[in-house]
Design a protein around this ligand. Structure first.
Ligand code: 5FU
Length: 265
């Protein structure tokens, strides 16, 4: 798979989505391919984590609907931290409905996701029309400020995201290159485009194979070298550690070393 060995500079120039280009820039500047999943129920705790590990990450991934103290004012605070430490905010909403509904979920409701998310995840399950219409019509500002990350494969045991599903989803994503900035996967997709960014969750450095509820883990090196990850997504392996800054530095170093090794090989 050619994408795996192309330099980030080259990939940046072939990327068609402005948010993907920005992310390539951040990776190169910060020497980091670390995305942290800040799965806390307290927004204050998310902000505190972001302030401390901000310099080491390129993306902070959240699930806005698990925050017990969500307000748009606190989101403004987090956006400030993101701006000063230069990382993107990914809302792992996993949209999976008809375009008309997804459009409302993205722009409306309590969370106003389109106001603040740089990246948002979606399942290709409902079909290509959902992907092309989720952000609105071609004049919508969101097309430039937010990138869709398509979930082609899940990390869980017995996930239904088989190779045919992933292949079809990737094809639709490629057709919607003005909407899709990257994908979530456990292996490099067949049909590929080097301007896209692969995110791989289920990463943990401890010799843990998973949790007790179906999550499966691999190491940062395996994620990057064997599974095609450009960006590793680390949750509990980091957020539950007693020294999150030191742990973030370890994941950043391991992830970046593996990415550099893969590109130069
Ligand atoms: F799409 C996916 C997936 O296939 N697996 C995941 O684990 C997303 N995730 C997310 O990554 C999940 O919702 C968590 O937010 C995070 C993994 O957290 P962990 O604590 O590292 O297991």
């Amino acid at each position: 798979n050619p994408r795996l060995h192309v330099s980030l500079d080259e990939r940046r120039s072939s990327s068609k989505h402005p948010v993907a280009s920005r992310l390539f820039d951040l990776m190169i500047a910060k020497k980091s391919n670390l995305c942290v999943a800040a799965d806390f129920s307290s927004f204050d705790e998310v902000i505190k984590l972001a302030e401390s590990i901000g310099p080491k990450i390129v993306v902070l991934k959240i699930h806005v609907d698990i925050l017990e103290d969500f307000t748009l004012a606190k989101m403004k605070q987090l956006k400030k931290v993101a701006k000063s430490h230069e990382f993107l905010i990914m809302e792992d909403r996993k949209f999976a409905d008809i375009a008309n509904t997804v459009h409302q979920q993205f722009h409306g409701g309590v969370y106003q996701i389109s106001e603040w998310a740089d990246l948002v995840t979606a399942h290709p399950l409902p079909g290509p029309e959902m992907i092309t219409h989720m952000f609105g019509d071609s004049s919508s500002d969101s097309r430039d400020t937010c990138g869709c990350v398509l979930i082609l494969e899940m990390s869980t045991k017995n996930a239904l995201t088989n190779p045919d599903y992933a292949k079809e989803g990737a094809k639709w994503g490629l057709m919607a290159s003005d909407v899709v900035a990257g994908f979530v996967a456990q292996s490099p997709p067949d049909s590929d485009f080097s301007g896209w960014i692969q995110f791989t969750p289920g990463v943990n450095s401890a010799s843990k194979t998973g949790d007790s509820k179906g999550q499966q883990y691999c190491s940062p090196a395996e994620a990057v070298l064997e599974r095609g990850a450009d960006i590793i997504i680390v949750g509990r392996g980091l957020i539950n550690s007693s020294d999150v800054v030191a742990t973030a530095e370890n994941y950043r170093t391991e992830g970046w070393a593996a990415l550099t090794q893969r590109i130069t090989n």
